[in-house]
Design a protein around this ligand. Structure first.
Ligand SMILES: Nc1nc2c(ncn2[C@@H]2O[C@H](COP(=O)(O)OP(=O)(O)O)[C@@H](O)[C@H]2O)c(=O)[nH]1
Ligand SMILES: [Mg+2]
Ligand SMILES: [Zn+2]
Length: 316
């Protein structure tokens, strides 16, 4: 039997959809009790996985017999206390967080948790500030300051209005030939953006997946969509938190680029940058070289319930 290769574009656990090199999508199942070494996951396959499969003459469903090694993947714990995790997506080139200062307003806490997680996975991250058509006056000043802050930290920022079509070409250039994960609160405009980038894409994907979307995704599974101009976009509907990774508390400061630069100058090498004397991070904060909101979110992330569990490090 001939072997084919393809990329997983939808995975529901028991079966998945694979896009093959001819551009066709077909349903595949995993062979037997296939296990990937070292990963305790509720779903052995995730969108973005490159697979090999065989399919019998006249058969409708393919059989996956190999998964290419992942160059990265992002996970979510099945539950907070669970040792098992759910793989959201694999082989991601960049992670985009879509935010807005209009409604539903995105907090910097949400933004910074997203960025910290992307840093932990070494996935380049960028921000899209959507609904720019609704921002003016004092809010525009706040938006400019936020963009200045994040650009200054090395995160590319885009301003878009998915509704009016502004900033869309810049986003298309960003997405071209890359696998991009897009995340953000429900209602910020992810669907509107995808529609602006490629009209009809969501409908097409919906038809292939065999479910009908009445303007809204009802699924909680990540969906990977091929872009006609090259590249893939992964929408993560229903996935509230991008984070919950397997890194521990001591690593958090390293995931803040502005702290990473300074932390080696602290008097104590196990400095938590909270109350210790001779802390280079606190000194930079006092001088205004580190933003108040970034520092506050660093403290807040340190206090996240997630990190109270002693049991997490090393488990996936
Ligand atoms: N004014 C304005 N409204 C927008 C914009 N983008 C999306 N919306 C509206 O915001 C609502 C939620 O958008 P949707 O794309 O469904 O958000 P999603 O949940 O992130 O996919 C819809 O009513 C959109 O029409 C924008 O740039 N400007
Ligand atoms: Mg949506
Ligand atoms: Zn310190």
């Amino acid at each position: 039997m001939k072997e084919y290769s393809g990329i997983v574009v939808r995975s529901t656990g028991s079966s998945c959809n694979v896009l093959n090199s001819e551009g066709n999508v077909l349903e595949c199942r995993l062979k037997g009790n296939f296990r990937i070494k070292g990963i305790r996951s509720t779903n052995p396959l995730a969108v973005g996985d490159m697979v090999k499969y065989i399919i019998g003459q006249g058969e409708k469903v393919g059989l996956i017999n190999a998964i290419e090694p992942r160059h990265n993947y992002i996970i979510r714990k099945a539950t907070r206390l669970s040792k098992q995790s759910h793989i959201i997506a694999a082989n991601i080139d960049q992670a985009i967080v879509m935010v807005t200062l209009a409604s539903p307003r995105t907090s910097t806490g949400f933004i910074d948790r997203f960025l910290v997680t992307a840093e932990a996975y070494h996935i380049p991250a960028m921000l899209i500030f959507n609904k720019s058509d609704l921002i003016n006056g004092g809010e525009l000043i706040k938006l400019n300051k936020l963009i200045e802050l994040y650009e200054g930290l090395g995160y590319t920022c885009f301003r878009t209005s998915a509704l009016k079509g502004s900033g869309i070409d810049e986003v298309k250039a960003l997405l071209k030939d890359k696998v991009s994960l897009i995340s953000g609160h429900s209602g910020v405009g992810k669907t509107a953006l995808i529609n602006a980038i490629e009209p009809g894409l969501l409908r097409k994907v919906g038809e292939i997946s065999g479910y009908h979307q009445k303007g809204k995704h009802t699924t909680t599974f990540a969906e990977m969509m091929p872009l006609s101009f090259g590249g893939f976009i992964i929408d993560t509907p229903g996935i509230k938190e991008f984070g919950l990774t397997d890194f521990d508390k001591q690593e958090i400061a390293e995931r803040f680029p502005e702290m990473r630069q300074l932390m080696h100058q602290c008097q104590f090498n196990n400095c938590t940058h909270v109350h210790e004397p001779g802390c280079a991070v606190k000194a930079a904060l006092a001088k205004g070289h580190i933003s108040q909101s970034r520092y506050a979110n660093y403290i807040s992330i340190q206090n996240d319930e997630y990190f109270d569990e002693a049991d997490y490090s090393g488990t996936q």
